[in-house]
Structure formats: C-alpha cells, structure tokens
Design a protein. Structure first.
Length: 333
C-alpha cells in the first residue's frame, strides 16, 4: 500500500493530461478561481442503480444495456456503488465485478467514480486499492457512521487522511447525512481539502450556504465541490460548484446535462425554468420513494430498473400512480 501511495501522486498530472479539462466559458459559470485542477470533475455524474434479476442476482447484461443507453448522454462520467447502487447490499466480489463491468463499457475519456467507503479505515483502504485495480479512476468515500457519536472532526480527518495517503487513485469525500445521520464537519472538509490526493467532495446535505463556504474557503486548493442532488443543482452552480452527482440523472440524464450547459453559458432564466421542473421528480425518486421509486421511473424512460434487494420493498400500486403523476405534472411523461 505504501508503494502505491508513493506512485500515485507523481502520476496524477499524467492522469489529468489524459483527460483534458472542458474549455472555460467566456460568460456565465466557470470553475472557481485558484490553481488549476489536476482532475476536471465538472459536469453531471449519474450514481448508477445496480440492476438485479428477478432472483435478486446482479444482472450484468441489463447493466451493460443501461450503459449503452447512457452512452449518448454527455455525462462527465459515472458513479458506481453509491447510495443509489444499493452498495451496502452487495458482496465484496459483486462490488468489484460491477466496477470491472462498467469500466469495460465506459470510454476512457469518461471518469469512473467508485464507492469504497467502509466502516473501518483498514477496510476502506483495502477496498479502495481493489477498486483502483478494477478500473476506478476516483474513489468516492462515504463517512463511516456506525459509531457516529465517536466520529468527531479529528477522527474523520484522521480516517480520510490515512485513506488518501494509501489510495493509488484520487479521493472524493462523500457526505450524505440522510443515510448516515452524520454531516462531515465543514472544518474537517477544509482541512482535508489541503491533502494532495483529496480532490473534492460530493455533498448531499442540501445546505447551499455550507456548499458556498466550501467553494470559497477552498478556492486556493485543488478541490472541487459536487452537488449531491438535482434538487439544488442550479443553486450549487451559482455558488461555484463544479458538477453534480444526481440520482435523477439515471432517469432524466439529458435534461440534467442541459441544465449544466445552461448554467455554464450564463442562461440563468432558462436554467431556472428547467430546474423548477426537476425539483418534484427529484424529491420523488430520493426522499419520497427512494431507490424503488428511482428504479420504477427508469423503466418509463427506456432503462432497466427491475427489483431492489430485500429488505427494500417495491412500491405499492398507489405509490406508482403518485410517482407517475409527479413526472407527468412536470411535463416529463
């Protein structure tokens, strides 16, 4: 692991050179000022749903089918094994096979972010190294939370520092308090942003004031902020976020990429109109109905959703009708 660490940082400029940054816009949104980013995270990333067969096995053929359909959408990259990928329900072997499957299907100019966060630092390091070997470009590391009362700012800084020291690929922090009950403290984020192998954060908390402060306070660092939901994407961009990892992109990927494009071009009125139409569908496939709702909606737009793994239960018929009504009322169905 130490050898991997020593090799990783010198290789980062070479890695960045393989992925040229998007050209800066002459007006509208641009990447926050400061030193150049070693890895451009600007754009939309869908956190992929993991397809299961009727017998609840990972369905790699359906996964490949979804990837073919996503190939025509100008995503910056894909996230696998995030919250929407039912990551806690996959075995270690399945996690690595999913990464390998997606990497094989993904063009090299698209980034692959893989969730590698575990409860212990040691397990996180081991899985992160394995994810890199399986083809991940970036490790997305969620906060450990089982002993959340002991997860002080100092403990979390120590955890992420050890992971980033040992990781052969860049690390993105992942704060998702709705699932973990734990918000990665701002002071910890600002400390970790100075680490040469920590390149950003996916913040799903929805506090745009906090996100704006992160952008402002890390503007001299090689660090980017990603919005963790489509519901506050425009607000995040207005405050300087680089991109978004949005569950709704599994369903409405093209409109979310259009929103990204409008914000970067400074077309704020058109962007605002589009953002308004995305808020209710986003809430429906996240807080309201969760992953079962996300997978059901995917089926209406030509993707394979399929079942979730137990104990996640399918939607009831009235819930399906409510979900469909939400998409219809906003002009998507």
């Amino acid at each position: 692991v130490v050898l991997s660490t020593r090799l990783a940082w010198p290789l980062r400029p070479a890695l960045a050179a393989l992925r040229p940054a998007a050209p800066r816009q002459q007006r509208g949104l641009s990447t926050p000022s400061g030193p150049g980013h070693s890895l451009n995270l600007g754009g939309i990333f869908p956190p992929l749903a993991t397809p299961f067969s009727p017998t609840r096995e990972v369905d790699y053929a359906q996964l490949e089918g979804n990837l073919r359909r996503y190939a025509s959408i100008p995503f910056r990259g894909l996230v696998v094994l995030g919250s929407n990928g039912e990551y806690p329900y996959l075995s270690p072997r399945e996690r690595l096979e999913v990464v390998s499957c997606v990497r094989r299907a993904l063009p090299r100019d698209r980034l692959l972010l893989a969730g590698s966060g575990c409860e212990s630092t040691q397990a996180t390091i081991e899985l992160t190294v394995s994810m890199a070997e399986a083809g991940a470009d970036v490790a997305l590391v969620v906060t450990p939370c089982y002993y959340r009362g002991a997860m002080t700012s100092a403990a979390l800084v120590q955890h992420y520092t050890e992971v980033a020291d040992a990781s052969p690929i860049p690390v993105v922090l992942y704060s998702v308090p709705a699932n973990t009950g734990l918000d990665l403290p701002l002071e910890a984020v600002l400390t970790l942003a100075r680490h040469p192998n920590i390149v950003g954060i996916k913040d799903s908390g929805g506090d745009v004031t906090r996100m704006g402060l992160m952008v402002h306070k890390t503007r001299q660092e090689d660090f980017q902020v990603l919005a963790g939901s489509a519901g506050f994407l425009l607000a995040s961009y207005a405050l300087g976020a680089s991109g978004g990892v949005c569950a709704l992109a599994n369903v409405l990927g093209a409109p979310l990429c259009q929103l990204d494009h409008l914000c970067r071009g400074g077309n704020w009125q058109e962007a605002r109109d589009l953002q308004h139409r995305l808020i209710e569908p986003n809430t429906a496939v996240t807080r309201r109905f969760g992953i079962p709702g996300l997978k059901k909606a995917m089926e209406w737009f030509g993707y394979y959703g399929g079942p979730c793994r137990a104990p996640l239960a399918p939607l009831s018929p009235p819930q399906v009708e409510e979900l469909r009504g939400t998409f219809s009322a906003n002009g998507w169905l």
